[in-house]
Design a protein around this ligand. Structure first.
Ligand code: PRP
Ligand code: URA
Length: 205
């Protein structure tokens, strides 16, 4: 259920993102570009229904999305990846799930959840740059399902094999899209080689 989105421009931008020499502006810029490119693949199999459109010359068949789309970034760093998706999916609603990872235990703690009411009938794209232990994404997916979501996909920038396995175990029904499947987690549960702390790098904290 994991799809690695491999594209030369994504690979090139990811190099800027990983670099310890990239400042906040360079990090944000590259993340934004990757999000727009990833959006194309993450939404590739979203259902459309036929609709009629009148061109200046004649009536013809067009397409519209079968269901509304809801973007749900996990705070904080998910916001950085979400913006590029929102630029393509301009009609999408946005919900937020706030989680932080305890530095000692690496367990996620929930502090915020605000989701659109029409979640049960929507295509939901859960967004977070990092899938490390998988705890944050899996807990966020629990919240989405509790709220009634039935069609969920998860988009991240970098995934660790440990996080992919943990997420798949808890949510085998949710496809995972990533720009890179990295080597492993280190003893602090950071992704190696990774990019460091995504929230700190995106928000300059
Ligand atoms: C980071 C990241 C994910 C989480 C991934 O957030 O953005 O949400 O860690 O780790 P996991 O897969 O081991 O759960 P963090 O907890 O650092 O919060 P922040 O975005 O507010 O900095
Ligand atoms: N959260 C991050 O921001 N980076 C990691 O490598 C792991 C969790």
């Amino acid at each position: 259920m994991i799809q690695v989105i491999d594209h030369p421009i994504i690979r090139e931008r990811l190099t800027h993102i990983r670099s310890v020499d990239s400042d906040t502006a360079a990090f944000r810029h590259a993340l934004h570009d990757i999000a727009r490119l990833m959006c194309f693949e993450v939404t590739r199999n979203i259902e459309t229904t036929p609709t009629e459109v009148v061109t200046p010359l004649k009536k013809t068949e067009g397409h519209k999305l079968a269901r509304p789309v809801i973007l749900v970034p996990i705070l904080r760093a998910g916001v950085g990846l979400m913006n590029g998706f929102a630029e393509i999916l301009t009609e999408a609603s946005v919900g937020y799930i706030g989680l932080y990872r305890d530095e000692e235990t690496h367990q996620p703690h929930s502090y915020y959840c605000k989701l659109p009411a029409h979640i049960a009938d929507s295509e939901v794209i859960l967004i977070d740059p990092m899938l490390a232990t998988g705890g944050s994404a899996a807990d966020a997916a629990d919240e989405l399902k509790k709220a009634g979501a039935r069609r969920i996909r998860f988009a991240c920038l970098i995934a660790a094999p440990e996080g992919v396995a943990a997420f798949e175990e808890r949510h085998p029904d949710i496809p995972v899209f990533t720009a890179s499947l990295d080597e492993k987690l280190n003893e602090d549960a950071y992704i190696v080689p990774g990019l460091g702390d995504a929230g700190d790098r995106y928000f300059g904290t």
